[in-house]
Design a protein around this ligand. Structure first.
Ligand code: HEM
Length: 528
């Protein structure tokens, strides 16, 4: 019996050295989880190497982990090996690798970067990228043939995130052979090699093995085969260019309104960081609507939490408290993370959504009516107007429920033994929240395989733990703005119809942490 089984958590019999590591590298995680839940019930324990993993498809327990008892689960999973699978100390520290106080500090510094005000200022960058997409759709529409809209969305979101996070003008939408695009695609499509994964089975030997792992990484970097290194080179060049041409704000030049610039400028007082509770940076149980949060003039959830924890709440004046900023290496590392996190997730959502629109013409028509009415009234699609399209928002939410793009990324480490009903999750275990399975629980989502936007008509009845396509991720509002602007502008001009290659039932490809449309999303575009 394994330690997990002795603690009441059933699961597969592990290999003594590798646990279930190779089982998981053979079968996509999301399918493996289905198999486990069918066999062992909603709480399953397995081993990766000798590291205990507990998979949780139990909303009550997930709620305790992500909200009520967050302090015992505030850190993301660790692999137990220095600087991760692809060790590079220079760019190791960022939102995904940081733990404890460091994560809280980074998140407090970075949250305002995604505020409503900042996103509004970024809208013209997104719009200029959508202009290029619409030009391409126009050409396709003129030829009358079908085309893969998912591929066009992949290029669009690469363009948006390259311009916003890396601060670089790319021509990626017209040149799919672009360096950025190839780097980002490599990242999501490549499974970590078994050889590299094997190192995670021997954390005790990492002192000896680390030089070998670092050496291998340096060879990759030298051969320019490292995705992060490619991106780091491009971002560093962008920062240098800004300094050289004074776009950093001096000499009367206008600063860029992109994520890169906001990160370079980000500052928080030490007091503000100390007074922010990490738990307030996580899922907000009482939030009734993603859309309402951050509307014009209203503070975002993160801003509220910062304010409550900051000087106004405790009465201290922190104007003299020391200011913290992000180092250049952290800015570069975080820009890479934004790039990686923002490209595939958002294009995949758009792809799934396009599939729904083309196979459910009545839904498409209803969104178009709403979009046309809004345009007639306001004459513009911008941050304010696209956030006031309730039916379109319902359809986006249901798409993210039905096809959550990120299936296996919400993980936490258990600080101390955790007792729940008749089980104990041992300290230092990794707990995993399987988003796809939560979104398809039959008891929570009646007729869970039916695509029904009406589920989201009243957001107050949606449980934020049972529905969490973004987990506690920071990019929700950025992604939603990009998706809403794209769909509103596209449907305002075009009707999307099926073509000969359109799949009635979409074939989904399961990747290490995401799921995507395997054969693309084929449509014909007809001007309206
Ligand atoms: C539809 C689009 C997106 C989806 C479905 C998505 C989903 C997720 C999920 C599930 C997580 C894990 C959260 C957790 O551990 O609780 C995450 C984390 C993260 N996402 Fe996203 N994301 C999307 C777009 C973006 C964008 C556009 C950005 C950046 C511009 C971004 C940046 C991040 C970052 C930095 C994290 C780590 C946050 C932290 O640990 O504090 N995401 N995302």
């Amino acid at each position: 019996m394994t330690i997990l089984q002795r603690n009441g958590i059933p699961g597969p019999k592990p290999n003594l050295i590798t646990g279930s590591l190779f089982d998981h590298s053979r079968t996509p995680n999301v399918l493996k989880y289905d198999e486990y839940f069918a066999k062992y019930g909603p709480i399953v324990g397995y081993y990766i190497g000798r590291k205990a993993n507990v998979l949780i498809n139990d909303v009550e327990l997930a709620k305790r982990i992500q909200i009520k008892d967050f302090s015992n689960f505030s850190d993301r999973q660790t692999l137990g090996i220095k600087y991760g699978l692809h060790p590079n100390p220079k760019y190791y520290l960022h939102l995904i690798s940081a733990q404890g106080a460091q994560w809280k500090e980074l998140r407090t510094l970075l949250n305002p970067t995604f505020s409503a005000v900042k996103l509004k200022a970024m809208t013209p960058i997104m719009d200029s990228c959508i202009d290029i997409l619409l030009d391409k759709v126009e050409k396709r529409a003129a030829s009358g043939g079908e085309f893969d809209l998912y591929e066009a969305f992949q290029l669009l979101t690469t363009d948006v995130i390259a311009k916003c996070a890396l601060g670089i003008d790319t021509d990626v939408q017209n040149n799919p052979d672009d360096e950025f695009f190839r780097a980002a695609k490599r990242l999501f499509d490549t499974h970590p090699s078994r050889f590299r994964l094997m190192f995670t089975c021997f954390p005790e030997l990492d002192r000896v093995l680390y030089p070998l792992r670092r050496g291998l990484q340096m060879i990759e970097e030298w051969r320019d085969r490292s995705v992060s290194q490619t991106l780091a080179r491009l971002i560093n060049a962008a920062i240098r260019l800004r300094s050289a041409s004074s776009v950093l704000g001096s000499a009367g030049k206008k600063k860029k309104n992109d994520l890169l610039q906001l990160m370079l400028d980000a500052k928080s007082s030490e007091e503000e960081i100390a007074n922010t509770s990490a738990a307030t940076l996580t899922i907000d149980e009482n939030s009734d609507s993603e859309e309402k949060d951050g509307e014009e003039g209203k503070p975002t959830r993160a801003e509220k939490s910062l304010r409550n924890g900051g000087s106004t709440a405790n009465g201290h004046n922190n104007s003299h408290s020391k200011q913290k900023a992000l180092s250049k290496d952290i800015v570069v590392a975080t820009a890479i993370v934004f790039y990686e996190a923002g490209y595939e997730t958002t294009s995949t959502t758009l792809g799934f959504l396009a599939h729904i629109l083309v196979t459910h013409q009545e839904i498409q028509e209803k969104i178009r009516e709403e979009v046309v009415q809004m345009y007639e009234k306001e004459g513009v699609f911008d941050y304010n107007t696209v956030n006031r399209l309730p039916y379109m928002n319902q359809v986006i939410s249901e798409t993210l429920r039905y096809y959550p793009p990120v299936t296996t990324f919400v993980t936490r480490t258990t600080k101390e033994d955790y007792h729940y009903k008749d089980i104990v999750i041992p300290a230092n275990s990794t707990v995993r929240i399987p988003i796809n399975q939560l979104h398809h629980r039959e008891d929570l989502w009646p007729e869970h395989m039916k695509f029904d936007p009406e589920r989201f008509r009243d957001r107050s009845v949606i449980d934020p733990v049972a529905y969490q396509p973004f987990g506690t991720g920071i990019g929700m509002r950025f992604a939603q703005l990009e998706i809403k602007l794209t769909i509103a502008r596209l449907l305002h001009k075009y009707r999307l119809l099926p073509g000969p290659s359109t799949e009635k039932e979409l074939t989904v490809e399961y990747k290490p942490i995401t799921q995507t449309p395997k054969n693309g999303v084929w449509v014909r575009a007809v001007p309206v």
